[in-house]
Design a binder for this molecule. Structure first.
Ligand SMILES: Cc1cc2c(cc1C)N(C[C@H](O)[C@H](O)[C@H](O)COP(=O)(O)O)c1[nH]c(=O)[nH]c(=O)c1N2
Length: 210
């Protein structure tokens, strides 16, 4: 029987505390097989009805990567327009992707029509397909951090455009675009908190009893 001791639990807690959304990457390449290994770990995640709806696209083609960067720039410029005054100035100063520097680009999709799992658990809540893929991304995020690799989730993108750029099947729903590589720095506080955009709040704010 496998068991986990106090030292492991303390270290696991530290892993949660020190996991970051990384936007500032060193340009050194990742060792061969790193993305495949992280994908293997992600595939150990829970999924509704064991449907394993995650689909991964390792984006290596330079033209496709550039097209994603262009899309991010356009979407980010649009997003800036929705703010005004001090918030706009603060938004403009934020770094919201590491797409240019990250050696690894990984797009993640959910296959909505997959028959794996025979529909178990999805009848009343079809969105559990996407939830399962998010669970896989979170596993990968922590597994990467455990070996000193940073992951940054980019959602400031047009899903239809990403679909076209990556030429994936119609039934694949875009979930997230991940930048993966070695982080420039380490910190135990979210970058958005450091930039005074938002602060992490106490869990009691989000918990009710009935
Ligand atoms: C679904 C989803 C989508 C995004 C993010 C996260 C998640 C869960 N985050 C990262 C987000 O800003 C970050 O997680 C929080 O600021 C908390 O920081 P830490 O992850 O604790 O470092 C994120 N960050 C960013 O710079 N650009 C982005 O487009 C996104 N998009």
């Amino acid at each position: 029987m496998i068991s986990f001791d106090d030292t492991f639990r303390r270290q696991l807690h530290e892993l949660f505390v020190w996991r970051r959304d990384v936007r500032r990457f060193r340009r050194d390449p990742l060792p061969d097989g790193t993305l495949e290994r992280l994908i293997d770990t992600a595939c150990l995640s829970p999924s509704v009805g064991l449907s394993q709806p995650w689909r991964f696209v390792i984006v290596e083609d330079k033209a496709r990567r550039l097209a994603v960067i262009e899309d991010f720039r356009a979407c980010n410029a649009d997003a800036l327009q929705s703010y005004s005054g001090e918030r706009a100035a603060l938004y403009a100063a934020l770094k919201l992707s590491g797409l240019e520097d990250a050696p690894g680009h990984l797009a993640v999709f959910a296959e909505k029509t997959s028959t794996i799992g025979s529909g178990l658990g999805r009848a009343t809540m079809p969105e559990t397909t996407e939830y399962s893929v998010v669970a896989a991304i979170c596993s990968m995020w922590l597994a990467a951090r455990a070996e000193g690799i940073g992951l940054g989730w980019v959602s400031i993108l047009n899903p239809i455009r990403i679909h076209d750029i990556l030429d994936v099947p119609e039934a694949w729903k875009f979930i997230g675009y991940l930048c993966i590589g070695y982080p420039e720095t380490e910190c135990d506080r979210p970058e958005l908190e450091q930039a005074k955009w938002e602060s992490r709040r106490n869990s009691s704010e989000f918990t009710v009893r009935r």
